[in-house]
Design a binder for this molecule. Structure first.
Ligand SMILES: [Zn+2]
Ligand SMILES: [Zn+2]
Length: 346
């Protein structure tokens, strides 16, 4: 019989990432492992080489695109429980990008939730965030400072369309910068196609097709590299993660106005740093008020913060009645390093 004190915490951090010793699985491991549960398809969460992956069904096509067609991926529906070595695991929508999941882990009456990246704003291109109750909440805090408060998304969408319309009327091509997976599709869903055609970087177009196949994107888009030369490029808008130097497709656009869509655009100095003409505050992460709301709503007695302003968030929570610590301090007690072979044979 083990006492609570002597038992390893349900989830700990080792050199491979966030590990559940009782269940023998990792969540978003940083290295190749035997068993990986993946919150979503962004490359800092979904890394190649693991022997087995578990994801939501809508995340799987994105993982295959990123990890290769033969990646060993199993899926579980949102809300359904799988038991791994006696540990109950279920996935719940995180509202971050298509297929993004929070991971709920339950063992011996104790419940942990790992949020992965998440947002609570409405977004037609992905499943809506679900609040999940837990004892320990492992939360991201990319924008975990009180200065980060997102404006009304419909106002930002109107601003983007107005910027595009004005550029078009001036004969200037609009170039809208946003990450190719998730951010780009959300931006495209908000664009007004009556203004002009929507061109996309090939990396964006690949992801658009995956979203379309799942009924998450209706707008018509054109792959910029294969686009026939229109009478005026400036009628259109180009959605792209970057403006590649020496790209023939981009150099033929003529005069451009470049705007960056990101949560970082809430900060004036960041807008200047990016060197873009405009900044729109569009984030696929929670802002400060929503972060605190989710923490309170989870009913958790403890927060482990990761992925952002961990120290600042933990200080604020500890001063305001919620026990909190950076996730990284939750290292395995014995500093043994778990390797693939070790786990596979365990
Ligand atoms: Zn992400
Ligand atoms: Zn992330």
């Amino acid at each position: 019989m083990v006492t609570t004190e002597s038992r390893q915490p349900l989830l700990t951090v080792n050199r491979n990432g966030l590990y559940c010793d009782a269940g023998r699985f990792y969540i978003d491991p940083q290295r190749a492992v035997a068993r990986a549960i993946i919150t979503h398809g962004h490359s800092d969460h979904a890394r190649p080489g693991s022997k087995a992956y578990l994801s939501s069904p809508s995340c799987a096509p994105i993982l295959r695109e990123r990890l290769g067609k033969t990646a060993p991926i199993q899926t579980v529906e949102f809300g359904e429980t799988v038991v791994m070595n006696g540990v109950s695991v279920s996935l719940h929508p995180a509202g971050h990008i298509l297929g993004s999941a929070q991971i709920r882990v339950e063992y011996r009456g104790e419940v942990w939730v790992v949020t992965g990246d998440y947002k609570t704003e409405a977004d037609s291109t992905c499943e809506a965030f679900e609040q999940v109750m837990c004892d320990t909440l492992v939360t991201e805090c990319t924008f975990g400072l009180p200065i980060y408060r997102w404006p009304d998304p419909s106002v930002v969408t109107d601003d983007i369309n107005q910027w595009w319309r004005t550029n078009r009327d001036r004969g200037v091509t609009s170039v809208l910068l946003g990450y190719s997976l998730g951010k780009a599709q959300r931006l495209i869903a908000g664009l007004d196609p009556s203004i002009g055609p929507i061109y996309c970087h090939p990396a964006v177009e690949r992801m658009n097709n995956l979203y379309r196949e799942q009924g998450r994107l209706d707008a018509e888009t054109i792959d910029l590299e294969n686009a026939a030369v229109p009478s005026r490029w400036s009628d259109g808008i180009v959605v792209t993660p970057n403006v590649p130097a020496d790209s023939p497709a981009f150099s033929r656009l003529g005069p451009t106005s470049v705007a960056f869509a990101s949560g970082w655009m809430a900060i004036r100095s960041r807008r200047r740093q990016r060197g873009s003409d405009r900044g729109f505050v569009v984030s696929d992460h929670v802002d400060w008020p929503s972060l605190i709301e989710v923490i309170k709503g989870s009913g958790c007695s403890r927060v482990l913060a990761t992925h952002g302003y961990t120290r600042q968030l933990c200080r604020w929570l500890n001063e305001n009645g919620t026990s909190a610590a950076p996730l990284e301090e939750n290292a395995e007690r014995d500093s043994k390093i778990v390797t693939i072979d070790e786990e596979a044979s365990a």
